[in-house]
Write a protein that binds this ligand. Structure first.
Ligand SMILES: [Zn+2]
Length: 206
């Protein structure tokens, strides 16, 4: 079995960042994230949840229409290591089929819910030919509403060429996440960064 790598970043000299947003699509928040991204230009990756793809396919289509990428984040967001192999396959497959049905594009990266993996899941991800994606700014904990300045400061501290940055657009009150990415995008643009999808970033890996 080929070893599956978990990516937090890609080594590159190019000033590229991959912003990623988990758990959508969400009718209230995802459009605001898309509007903010449009303001600063570039592309992002949305790790969508299958059950939300069923509810809000039109928002998923808007994500893709605006040039962003969808990634697999499972169908129902379980802790996948607690499932057997068959259950893991089903979760990834249902999510993939929904993404293909709604957008016509097959996802090629996967972010495990809760970033939880075991050997079985990595092997399953390998069978799907998915790169497994975490991120460098895990201390930001934006999902937990720790305050805009905490999200910004802990992300800024690890933001460098090739970073994959993890945020959430998909549940609860995402106002802090939205405010934080607005600040970070503006700073990053001023520093000469460009924003690319995870697939584009992985395309650079040697
Ligand atoms: Zn999630």
């Amino acid at each position: 079995m080929a070893a599956v790598t978990i990516y937090n970043e890609v080594k590159t000299e190019e000033k590229l960042l991959a912003f990623t947003f988990d758990d959508g699509p969400n009718p209230e928040w995802t459009p605001q994230f898309l509007d903010t991204f449009k303001q600063y230009g570039g592309k992002a990756t949305f790790y969508v949840q299958g059950t939300n793809m069923e509810k809000y396919p039109e928002i998923a289509r808007r994500i893709v229409l605006e040039g962003h990428e969808l990634g697999n984040h499972s169908y129902s967001h379980p802790r996948l290591p607690e499932l057997d192999r068959e259950g893991q396959v089903e979760e990834l497959q249902r999510a993939e089929q929904l993404i293909v049905a709604v957008t016509g594009v097959r996802p090629n990266t996967f972010r495990p819910p809760y970033l939880a993996v075991n050997d079985e899941l990595l092997s399953v991800a390998g069978e799907f030919d998915y790169a497994v994606i975490h991120g460098v700014n895990l201390e930001a904990n934006d999902w937990d509403m720790p305050g805009v300045s905490h999200i910004v400061d802990s992300t800024r501290a690890v933001m460098r060429s090739g970073s994959i940055l993890l945020f959430h657009d998909g549940f609860g009150d995402r106002s802090q996440s939205l405010a934080a990415i607005s600040i970070l995008l503006e700073e990053a643009v001023a520093q000469g960064y460009r924003f690319v999808t995870v697939s584009e970033l992985l395309g650079l890996k040697t």
